[in-house]
Design a protein around this ligand. Sequence first.
Ligand code: SF4
Length: 276
Amino acid sequence: MQQHLTDPVELRGDCERCFGLCCVALPFTASADFAIDKPAGKPCRNLQDDHRCGIHARLRQSGFNGCTVYDCFGAGQKVSQVTFGGQDWRTGSREQAGRMFDVFPAVRQLHELLWYLTEALTLPAARPVHAELRELLETTEAITRGTPEELAALDVAAHRQKVNVLLLKTSELARAGVRGRKKDRRGADLMGARLKGADLRGANLRGAYLIAADLTGADLRGADLIGADLRDTDLTDADLTDAFFLTQPQLNAARGSAGTRLPGSVSRPVHWTAGL
Ligand code: SF4
């Protein structure tokens, strides 16, 4: 079972230490995922004064599936408590609130990179690049501790590219250890594909579009799932043991069952088994 080297709590959203940033900073559009339109920087109508969600227990029944899928990778508490030193946007100036909402998406991206780098360091096959991974992990962590001005000026895409080069090397090393022919479906359009029981051991599924694909009973052990779009993908009874670069938001967007086997880096979504 994979274990994260850094404190996993800091790479998962902790709403208790956040000022409800995702519910204010991010925009959403009325759709199957959100019941209403909301522009960036405007508090959601369901956000309470204590920064809790007023419909938390019934998000899915209320048409807010998108909120149950989302995770900030710990960016919310970092921006709230570190970048802005615990200064609540409700009590600060309008300018400060605006800066907070601007910086949040960038820090979220950086925290997602921290999550990947941390996971990469748990993969024994990636040992040849562990030193580089550790260095980039430290650099990325240092960047997240910058001032609001430094974070606002950051070229996140360029940093992401730098990290991606190393994650690609990691993926090649990790998948090389999986026996047999490995499928390369990087970026493939597999929307609605019938892949029931498919042998996808060690497959490269980076950025693949697997929306509503049928992967029931599929063997995804040791597959690279970075950026794969798993919205409504059926993972019932699929085996994802040792699959890597699979994030909690990706998994939350998929369907699955108590019989789906998962890597240790993610948790079984509650709504898979709660009949929601
Ligand atoms: S519905 Fe709740 S969780 Fe979703 S954005 Fe609004 S306040 Fe946040």
